[in-house]
Design a binder for this molecule. Structure first.
Ligand SMILES: [Fe+2]
Length: 199
């Protein structure tokens, strides 16, 4: 099975004389997201495949039968944790080093954290030894926060979230660490958190 290739999106977009921003606006994503798809650094969520095919005037089968995706974003820094999310099934993989991962037949790029905008802000509150994390974000079936992860020096903890639930989680805070959270439409976000629960 193949998934939509960035080069296919780019080719079709150019044939339609659309800019990345015009395509992004038609799909309700950022132009940066479109740029990432086209350069193989990101993949559109599966809920966007039908809208993309409509905007680009192509059948879903044709859209998906473009070239296979190859990972052009391999990390060379083995000290950095990398996150991979399958756009089809939502499977999430954390890797401490350089790795080539595929899921549902799709080669997954390591995700870069996005700049936090006002629609993806997070608040944190320390309660005893725990930090309570909340993201004020829609939790609808096709647009929601699908997980929150807390990584500190000794552990990796992931809370899976579901549509119609709340975008919140509690973690043992330890000495502080990193919070990651993932919007299925807008990508991965990251904040540092200190041992007092301050972002
Ligand atoms: Fe979002």
């Amino acid at each position: 099975m193949s998934y939509v290739a960035g080069e296919t999106i780019k080719k079709l977009r150019k044939q339609k004389n659309m800019t990345q921003l015009e395509l992004a606006e038609a799909l309700g994503v950022s132009d940066k997201a479109v740029s990432k798809w086209e350069t193989g650094k990101g993949l559109p969520d599966i809920s966007l495949i039908e809208p993309i095919s409509k905007v680009l005037n192509i059948s879903i089968i044709e859209l998906l039968s473009g070239e296979n995706i190859t990972n052009k974003n391999r990390s060379s820094n083995i000290m950095k944790s990398k996150l991979y999310v399958c756009p089809i099934c939502g499977n999430t993989v954390n890797s401490m080093g350089d790795v080539l991962i595929s899921c549902c037949g799709v080669t997954l790029p390591a995700l870069d954290a996005e700049n936090i905008d006002d629609k993806h802000e997070v608040v944190a509150e320390k309660i005893d030894n725990e930090v309570y994390i909340k993201i004020d974000h829609p939790m609808k079936k096709n647009h929601y926060i699908s997980f929150i992860i807390y990584i500190n020096s000794s552990k990796f903890e992931m809370i899976k979230l579901y549509p119609e639930g709340n975008a919140e989680a509690r973690f043992f805070i330890g000495g502080g660490g990193l919070i990651y959270y993932y919007c299925n439409r807008h990508g991965l976000f990251r904040r540092k958190i200190d041992r007092k629960g301050q972002l």
